[in-house]
Design a protein. Structure first.
Lengths: 400, 530
């Protein structure tokens, strides 16, 4: 009871002081939304002068929101987003230099897309990520894309009729592509950072390119396909859409995609194998000391989605041969991916990481010249295909 | 400045404690005054005491055909004329008693008249002047008899009162429609009709030096704990007021936490609600002159309960109760969270929502905080006006309130659309919790202010403080947050969900702290286990 009283007395003395402290704190974080530009996309480029060029896309709030009634007063030709660019020695200073042109404060916390140019990726992404990690305002789960054959600014200025915010169009189409086609891979900044930090693993960045030059450029004329291989944090080479698809299969990150299989029954006609599910396992075997062998085991099930000629899978032999054919095509795709990555010495499959986890002692010996070892390592790819269903008909329709 | 405030607060608290501990002074009771034997003397006394009271009516008549005189006194319109004429005046005038009966027995004359003459079913003999006057003031008719020190008090109360009708508050879709009225006798009868059991005790007492208000303490013997009943009696007997015009006077005098925002005394306008609370072991205090009956102890969860929960099927009532709990939080937190999110935590909002809200903020000259204050104040003004205004001009209030203030302020660009929506939602949720309706705006304001200073951190700090405060409250010895804090697992079946009546076997232990079952089978089981 006495202690309770003393506590009460203590609180009685310190309480008012604490109350005053409450009045003093806070408020510096307070931000009026009508005094902020919420950046939706950031583009990072490097000019020929070696300066960073930062482009930001932000919605003009009056139009990007749903407030149609008031938006009507604004005039029809106003765009729903605006794009601004500034230069600087570093990413941070360039970003800060944007303030010269802005009516409002730039708030990057809602950034959902980060575009980096080839040049920036070649010079290394880590200096950008360093800024992002240091600042609490950045969105570490934003999608990151590499711009392949254009300047970042061009892509940022592309317009969209499918979404009010062009960058949202890009973000959404990455997802749609990965779910339906599987020729690109969704990558968040934090994923890339993890890959860079992991021993024996190199990141893969999705890439965007201009497919068709139009004036003005539209987002639908861009192609989000293929990916860029990094070594550590530097760009070393590209994978095309099919190779990206194989990478996703091996990494168990996507089980979508259509495979066109040439039919033996009719010259120049195809059946479509539609992938339903896939399970891949990676292993590393040591043929001898310091000589690892990579093994990829893949089990694929799918069905026949389309057949341009009669394909009778009710016959067991034909089914087996068809499955073998599909398996061969998938294997060849994976093989080409692996060879490409070996040529670039970019361990995108994380075999080194696998050794690090399973055979740490070996890894210690290998890690110093892992790039060399990786590029020359033998491999084995086993693909097992099961055609579960032959589609909705037993046999393809035939002319009679 | 703080020490000044502290001293003032201490003074208040000391006064409150003093008042709480003060015991009623029995010695103050006035010494009983005998009734004069002579009618002239009585008349003299009445005319001095009731000087200026023209509603006192006296009439002197001879009893039967004898020479004995008596004096009838009553208050005009408090006593029922019909009863007066048929049961008192007529028998007294026309009675034929055996010769000499009255003249010979001066000392027993009152008894003789009571047993042989008057037709009233309720008659009392009194020999105390003060008590007699009290009876007179409540509508009884007093019969003074020449030569007798005893008077007859004939019950003749009968005045105009409202009929039992559906109460304006606590409306239900399913359930009894009757509500209490302003007459304590009728109110007690209404409760008695729900619980036809001699265990339902109704102890009457009088409060208020001037008003002499009748108060009735109702409880179920064997269910309400004895200490609780004793505590209620003690607290009521300590009340020292000149008048008790409404049960609110009593509530303020007996509540545990007079400085808390939360009420610790419950009230209801419906007999079925009061009966249910009596059955849970509570004590009801019926006060004459008001349809509002107090119930103690009062715990927080009662604010979230409705009588209809028990009349509709348990699944639907459980769902509605969950909604009420959500409404409580929405009501106090929504504007605060909106202010905090817009002021500090914009990145928490999904992009599209953020853009929509920020678009609505364009061109609004005020911060969300000022908007919230403005709209909250507007709503409180409208609500108060809605209660106070005469019914006939209700139309104009709704037009001015809803159209002019809501629609026009948005069109004029003074208030953003989301803020109007939020104010509307908070306003509606407030009405779902009638017992807390008057306290929720204070919490809403406090939360909004701290949200503007510290963001969500502040909101949660204050929420913790409020919860701590609620847990520290007690109502007549029962923890305010029972059965949640302290946790009484067996009582949880009537908190967030209401289990079906066939599973609601025990009475709330947190109220009675003793094992009494609702179902007979359950009692038997308990007993056999013992």
């Amino acid at each position: 009871m006495k202690s309770l009283q003393s506590i009460r007395r203590f609180l009685g003395r310190i309480g008012p002081v604490l109350m005053l402290a409450l009045m003093l704190t806070g408020c510096w974080d307070n931000l009026k939304v009508s005094e902020a530009h919420f950046v939706t996309a950031v583009g990072i480029d490097k000019g020929p002068d070696g300066l960073y060029e930062v482009t930001v896309e932000f919605p003009t709030p009056l139009l990007a929101g749903q407030n149609k009634e008031r938006a009507r007063g604004g005039g029809e030709d106003q765009k729903s987003v605006d794009v601004a660019t500034a230069k600087g020695d570093t990413f941070y200073t360039a970003g800060r230099n944007l303030s010269e042109k802005m009516a409002r404060r730039i708030v990057p916390s809602k950034t959902e897309l980060v575009l980096v140019s080839e040049q920036v990726a070649r010079d290394g992404l880590l200096e950008i990520f360093d800024f992002m990690e240091r600042h609490q305002d950045t969105n570490m789960v934003a999608n990151i894309l590499l711009v392949k054959n254009a300047t970042v600014k061009e892509i940022m200025e592309a317009q969209s009729q499918q979404d009010k915010i062009p960058s949202q169009h890009i973000v959404k189409s990455i997802k749609v592509n990965q779910d339906n086609l599987g020729t690109t891979k969704e990558a968040r900044i934090i994923d890339i950072l993890k890959d860079i930090a992991a021993p024996g693993r190199d990141p893969l960045l999705p890439a965007i390119e201009v497919e068709q030059e139009t004036e003005p450029l539209k987002v639908k004329d861009l192609a989000i396909t293929g990916s860029a291989m990094l070594k550590d944090d530097k760009l070393v080479g590209y994978l095309d859409g099919f190779q990206t698809r194989s990478w996703l299969l091996v990494e168990n990150k996507g089980n979508n995609g259509l495979y066109s299989i040439p039919l033996a029954e009719a010259e120049g006609r195809f059946a479509v194998f539609e992938l339903l599910s896939a399970k891949a396992t990676k292993k590393v075997e040591f043929l001898q000391e310091n000589k690892p062998k990579f093994i990829i085991d893949l089990k694929v099930t799918g069905n026949v989605g389309e057949s341009q000629a009669s394909l009778d899978l009710t016959e067991p032999e034909r089914k087996a041969s068809f499955e073998a054919q599909v398996a061969r095509i998938i294997r060849e795709e994976i093989e080409s991916t692996l060879i490409t990555s070996q040529q670039c010495q970019s361990d995108i499959f994380g075999f080194g990481n696998l050794i690090h986890k399973k055979h740490l002692a070996q890894w210690r010996k290998l890690q110093d010249n892992w790039d060399e070892i990786y590029s020359k390592a033998p491999y084995e790819i086993r693909v097992d295909v099961d055609v579960k269903r032959s589609g909705y008909t037993r046999k393809a329709p035939e002319l009679k | 400045m703080f020490s000044e405030l502290k001293r003032k607060a201490n003074q208040l608290i000391r006064f409150y404690k003093f008042w709480q501990e003060a015991t009623p002074n029995q010695n103050d009771a006035v010494r009983p005054e005998p009734i004069p034997v002579n009618l002239e003397e009585i008349k003299q006394k009445l005319s001095t005491e009731f000087a200026g009271c023209d509603d006192l009516i006296t009439r002197e008549i001879f009893i039967g055909k004898t020479q004995k005189k008596c004096l009838i006194a009553y208050i005009d319109n408090l006593a029922n004329n019909q009863i007066l004429n048929d049961n008192i005046v007529k028998p007294l005038l026309l009675v034929e008693l055996p010769e000499g009966l009255l003249e010979q027995n001066d000392s027993q004359i009152a008894d003789i008249i009571m047993s042989r003459v008057l037709c009233n079913s309720s008659l009392q003999i009194k020999d105390n002047w003060q008590q007699t006057i009290e009876c007179l003031m409540t509508g009884d008719t007093i019969i003074f008899i020449q030569g007798s020190a005893k008077v007859l008090v004939a019950a003749s109360r009968g005045w105009e009162s409202r009929t039992v009708s559906e109460p304006q508050t606590e409306t239900v879709v399913r359930g009894p429609r009757e509500g209490f009225i302003e007459d304590i006798g009728v109110n007690c009868a209404l409760i008695r009709r729900k619980l036809k059991n001699p265990n339902l005790k109704m102890e009457r007492m009088t409060l208020g030096r001037e008003s002499k208000t009748q108060v009735c303490i109702c409880y179920l013997q064997g269910i309400a704990s004895r200490e609780l009943v004793q505590e209620v009696k003690t607290r009521l007997s300590k009340i020292d007021l000149d008048a008790v015009l409404e049960s609110g006077y009593i509530e303020e005098m007996i509540e545990d936490a007079p400085f808390s925002f939360f009420p610790t005394v419950g009230n209801s306008e419906k007999p079925d609600v009061v009966a249910a609370k009596l059955l849970e072991g509570r004590v009801a205090i019926v006060c004459d002159g008001t349809p509002i009956v107090l119930t103690v102890p009062y715990i927080f969860l009662e604010a979230l309960q409705s009588s209809e929960d028990y009349y509709t099927r348990s699944i639907s009532s459980s769902l509605l109760r969950t909604i009420r709990i959500i409404c409580f939080y929405v009501s106090i937190l929504l504007p605060a969270i909106y202010v905090a999110l817009l002021g500090f935590h914009q990145s928490v909002l999904p992009l599209n929502l953020l853009l929509t809200i920020s678009a609505s903020q364009e061109g609004i000259p005020f911060t969300p905080f000022v908007e919230a204050l403005f709209m909250g104040l507007t709503f409180e003004i409208l609500q108060e006006a809605g209660i106070r205004m005469p019914r006939a001009i209700g139309q104009s209030i709704s037009i001015v309130g809803a159209l002019v203030i809501g629609e026009a302020s948005v069109r004029a660009g003074l208030v953003s659309d989301p803020m109007v929506i939020i104010t509307a939602i908070t306003a509606i949720t407030t009405f779902i919790l009638p017992p807390l309706q008057r306290v929720l705006p204070f919490f809403r304001l406090a939360f909004t202010v701290i949200a503007n200073i510290l963001g969500l951190l502040g909101v949660f700090l204050l929420l913790i403080a409020v919860v701590v405060h609620m847990c520290s409250l007690r109502s007549f010895g029962v923890p305010y947050m029972a059965p949640l804090a302290p946790l009484v697992p067996s009582d949880l079946k009537d908190v967030f969900i209401r289990v079906p009546h066939w599973a609601l076997l025990t009475r709330p232990r947190s109220l009675t702290w003793q094992e009494t079952g609702r179902a007979k089978s359950h009692l038997a089981k308990k007993n056999s286990r013992l």
